[in-house]
Structure formats: C-alpha cells, structure tokens
Design a protein. Sequence first.
Lengths: 161, 217
Amino acid sequence: MKYTKNIILLLCLFVGASCVTDEQCRKDRYVRMQLGIYHVTYDGTTKVRTATALSIDSITVKGINKDSLLYNNTKKISNIILPLNKLDTISRYQVTFNNITDTVTILHTNYDTYLSMECGCIKTHKIDSAYSTKHFLDSVSVKTNNVNTSTSAKENIKLYK
Amino acid sequence: MCLTVFTANAQKKIIEPKDTIKTPFYSGFIVQGDIISLATSVIGKSETYSYEGAIQIDFKHKFYPIIEVGFAGADRISTVNNVGFKTDAPFARIGIDFNLIKKKPNSKPNSSLFIVGLRFGMTKFNYSLTNLTITDEYWGGSESVYTGSQSSARTWWEIVAGVRVEVIKNVYMGWTVRNKNQISSDVAGAPAPWYIPGFGANASSHWDLNYTIGYHF
C-alpha cells in the first residue's frame, strides 16, 4: 500500500509521456485581413476631418461569386475580418451595410510561407491597393499592407462612411 | 650562515626530479569509427541514418587535432499531413581535443584519456519536400508549392567531452558527449530542412552521443 501511490504515479507519468508526440503543428496558421468601418466628420471651422469607429446595425459579407456567407446579418460591429484569395491576386467582397450593398475590391500579392513539416505552408499577402463602390461607403484606404500571422490583430483596411 | 645556504641548495637538488621518459611531439594517429550511429542506422528502422569516422593525430598525448567525416540522411513522412522530407549528403567536422589526464613524472603515457574539445562542422546538401499543398478553404482551389529540389549549406560548432580507454593494445574505445550549436539559421518563411547531415534534426542546438572504436597507429 505504501508504494501503490508511487507506482500509480509512475504509471500515469509513463502513460502520459507515451501519449506525447512531437508531430504537432504548434505554429500560428491564421492569416486574415481586418477591415475597420469609420464615420468621417468634418469640422468647418477648424477644417479638420475626424474618423470615428462606426458600429453597423447589420452587416452581411460574402465573396463575389461565392455562395457561403462570411458574415450573416451580424449586428453592431465596427470591424470585419476576411480571408484574402490565396490563389488569386484579387479578392472581391459583396458587403451589405444595413440594406445598402457595396463591392469592396482588394488587389494583393501572395507569398508562399513555409512554417514546418507538421504545419506545412501558408499564404501571406501584401495589399497593393483597395477600392469600392460608393453606395454606402465614401472611400477606402490601406493602413497596413502586410497580412500575415503576426498582423492578425492589426487593421489592414479602413472603410469610410 | 654558510651552513644554511648549503642546506638550502641540497634541498633544491632533491625537490627537482627529472622526467626521464620523454614523450615525442608526434605520437602517432588514431583511426576511429562511430558505433552508435552505425548501429542505429543498420539495426534500427529509423527515419534518419548516419555513418561517420575520424582521423585524429596524437601530439604528445595532450593535443589531438581531428577530422571527422561521414554520410548521413533522412527519409521521413509526417503522419499529420503526409508532408515528406528526403535528403542525404556527406558532412565534415574539424577540431581539436585536449587530454586532461596529466602524465606523472617518470611514468609511461597514460592509456586512458579524458578529453574535452571543440569542433566546427559543415555540410552542403540538397533536400526535397513533397506533398506541400496550400488549399483555400473559402475561395476554393489548391496548389502544390516548393515541388523542386532545395539546396542548403549549414555550419555549426560543437563542444565535446568524453573518455577513451585502451581496451587491448592500440585499440581504443570510448564515448563522447556533444553539444551542437548551429551557426547558420533558417530564413523566415523560406523552406527549411527537417534534418541536417552531421548535425541532426534542424534546431538551434541539441545534444548527441558517440561511442567510438579506434586503432592507434
């Protein structure tokens, strides 16, 4: 009885250790572009434009010529996170703000990025330019060109109302 | 006063013994092979293999410049995603060992060695990565990447320590522990080898063990 605990502990350690394998991908493979939505106000006296985050009541997003929705009538959000096309240099999205639809187009360069044997390869991107139709939106600007695993928290595109 | 000086000189003569057995500067050379890498490569069904040997010159039983040469490779398929890696290439290391066991005056050179040393290793090799594909889950489609042969040249340095014992006349056996540290490094985002011949799995550093058998000529 005295040694039972120790034996069980050793067995647990052995079993635990035997389940551990090195063949796992422990690297970040998440590559997404982040777009922030802003409302621009213009102060006539100071002649200064100020952009403030705009919360949209309802937003629906899908890729042009794609059926599946990336956002489906999502409420009260001021930024959206979208996948760029990995195998093409142009990504076009149909974005419906409340009931008004715009087409946002992103031109980008894709790069093969090797991570490891277990993680394989991912595509990272560099945004070359961005533009949109102007039904709801007024303009689009590129804030951060690079889209990779380390820029997932950064805003890449600003959409101005 | 004179007696004191005379006594001191007499003592000095007694304290300073002469080493009558002189060790020649060039004391031969040792040819040796690594048993561990040979055994694991031939007997074990490992994903990697390595065969290596060395020529070591014996200077005064103190300094042992060494050249190690070998041939190593790897053939592995990841069970996670079926990505394959294959390489084989020669490698070389040059360096020097120092015997830390001091010879006592008027004694024969000690047949056992406790050595510490340094190595500089190098290899140039080609490798292939297979089944590397990128799939676009949303927009659709997939493509294979890095399909051709990749080339790489790697360098590293090692600290070694070990013992060597003369088991029968002129035949030495012993083990060496190595701490290997890579000088060259991977370029972020570029394909990188999983295995480096002569160094081992691609990491900034790791430990290794050799068990050698050699003949002193």
